[in-house]
Design a protein around this ligand. Structure first.
Ligand SMILES: [Zn+2]
Length: 130
C-alpha cells in the first residue's frame, strides 16, 4: 500500500495531503479529510482504495490519527469493507455515500489516482528488469 500523497509529492501541509475533501463541514465545525492509499502492484486487479477518514476540529490542532479506516471497492459496483473505528459498516457506508453525493467527482478522482499509481508500479518494475 502506498499513500497517494507520497507518490504524487503533494505538499506536506496538513490540510492539503491526500484526497483533501473538507466536506461535511457543517457537522458541528468538524472537518472530515480523506487520505487515500493504493496497491501499487501492477498485476493486482483489486480495484480498491484504502481510505482513512480524519476528523479535524476546526479549533484544535490537526491530528493525522484516523477516525475510521475502510476499503472502498470502486470497480464495477461501489462497496465498502474492512471498516475499523467507532462507526458500524452501515454508518460508514452512509457517510461515504453522502460524501460521494456531495462530491460527484470523488470516485472519478479515486479511479484516476488508482490508475496512475498502477502506472508508476509498472514503470518501477520495468526499470528493475533492465
Ligand atoms: Zn491490489
Amino acid at each position: 500500500m502506498v499513500a497517494a500523497d507520497e507518490v504524487f509529492g503533494v505538499s506536506k501541509v496538513s490540510n492539503s495531503c491526500g484526497l483533501t475533501r473538507p466536506i461535511l463541514e457543517e457537522h458541528r465545525g468538524i472537518v472530515h479529510r480523506l487520505l487515500d492509499f493504493y496497491c501499487i502492484n501492477p498485476s493486482c486487479k483489486c480495484g480498491e482504495t484504502h481510505l482513512s477518514v480524519i476528523r479535524v476540529d476546526k479549533d484544535t490542532a490537526a491530528s493525522d490519527e484516523p477516525w475510521i479506516t475502510l476499503r472502498l471497492h470502486f470497480e464495477g459496483k461501489v462497496g465498502l469493507s474492512h471498516v475499523t473505528g467507532p462507526l458500524s459498516r452501515q454508518q460508514a457506508t452512509a457517510l461515504i455515500t453522502e460524501w460521494i453525493q456531495k462530491d460527484p467527482a470523488l470516485l472519478g478522482d479515486i479511479e484516476a489516482r488508482y490508475r496512475r499509481i498502477k502506472e508508476i508500479g509498472r514503470r518501477i518494475l520495468g526499470r528493475k528488469g533492465k
